[in-house]
Design a protein around this ligand. Structure first.
Ligand SMILES: Cc1cc2nc3c(=O)[nH]c(=O)nc-3n(C[C@H](O)[C@H](O)[C@H](O)COP(=O)(O)OP(=O)(O)OC[C@H]3O[C@@H](n4cnc5c(N)ncnc54)[C@H](O)[C@@H]3O)c2cc1C
Ligand code: FES
Length: 229
């Protein structure tokens, strides 16, 4: 979705949840527009257009083990997909989440995730870059956890987070024998029109707003991580 405030700006923000009455967005305060958005009080108005672009490939993932790797705010765009899969355990019998956050205070959706771990189809590991007092979980990058696991070659892999995190994750998956066409990444670029007209989000032959943001990795592998793209 494109969220906007007059005289401030318009930014792309994923849908992090939805029901009949509301759309949920989870926003990290990093600059002028996101700051103004998170400062809004209940009842204030904002501009909203969309949704645009591609979604996580849940149809293709049906019946396969699913491995989700998320970093920081990257869990927000995946939350809806995880919820949908946990609601249909017959279709998605194994959902595995690896989630990395900077500190324990940065972990998103803590209460909700504690509910997810009760589901037999779900398993997760959370790791932080910097632990605080009282943290007894993993410390270090999520890829370290991945390297310890037997990763299903026929699984569907959903990745969202900083590009460098996705790059190391892809390397770990390749080392484990996971084919590039089983991996899906969500790409981030600056956007303006969000509808494939202005070229602001061009990435090689694609527009991330229209052809993405979710891409099957084998389509991007020649560009991914290369400077200038
Ligand atoms: C498809 C997509 C989905 C997104 N979903 C979310 C979401 O669910 N929650 C969320 O908090 N953020 C999300 N973002 C990122 C969000 O759009 C940017 O943080 C926002 O545009 C920053 O605008 P600003 O005016 O607050 O900050 P600015 O001052 O414009 O930028 C602050 C910093 O963020 C970087 N930045 C700005 N826009 C982008 C961008 N589009 N891609 C990469 N870096 C950027 C700038 O280079 C700068 O370093 C998403 C981006 C994309 C492309
Ligand atoms: S934002 Fe205009 S083409 Fe993608």
């Amino acid at each position: 979705m494109m969220l906007s405030l007059p005289a401030i700006g318009e930014v792309p923000i994923s849908i992090s949840g939805a029901d009949d009455d509301a759309l949920e967005h989870t926003i990290r305060d990093v600059g002028a527009a996101t700051h103004a958005l998170v400062e809004l009080a209940a009842g204030q108005e904002l501009g909203l257009r969309g949704p645009y672009g591609t979604a996580w490939p849940l149809d293709e993932a049906r019946g396969r083990p699913v491995v989700v790797v998320a970093g920081g705010i990257g869990l927000a765009p995946l939350r809806g997909a995880i919820r949908a899969m946990l609601d249909r355990p017959k279709d998605y019998p194994s959902v595995r989440l690896f989630y990395g956050a900077r500190t324990p205070d940065d972990i998103l959706f803590v209460r909700e995730m504690l509910g997810w771990v009760d589901r037999p189809s779900f398993r997760m590991d959370v790791t932080v870059d910097r632990a605080g007092p009282g943290w007894r979980g993993h410390v270090g990058v999520a890829t370290r956890l991945l390297r310890r696991e037997a990763l299903p070659e026929d699984g569907t892999y959903l990745l969202c987070g900083p590009e460098v995190m996705m790059r190391f994750t892809i390397e770990a998956l390749a080392a484990a024998g996971v084919p590039a066409d089983r991996i899906h990444v969500s790409m981030e670029r600056h956007m303006k029109c969000a509808a494939g007209f202005c070229g602001r989000c061009q990435y090689g032959p694609w527009f991330i707003c229209k052809d993405g943001p979710v891409f099957r990795y084998d389509r991007l592998s020649l560009l991914f991580g290369r400077e200038g793209f």
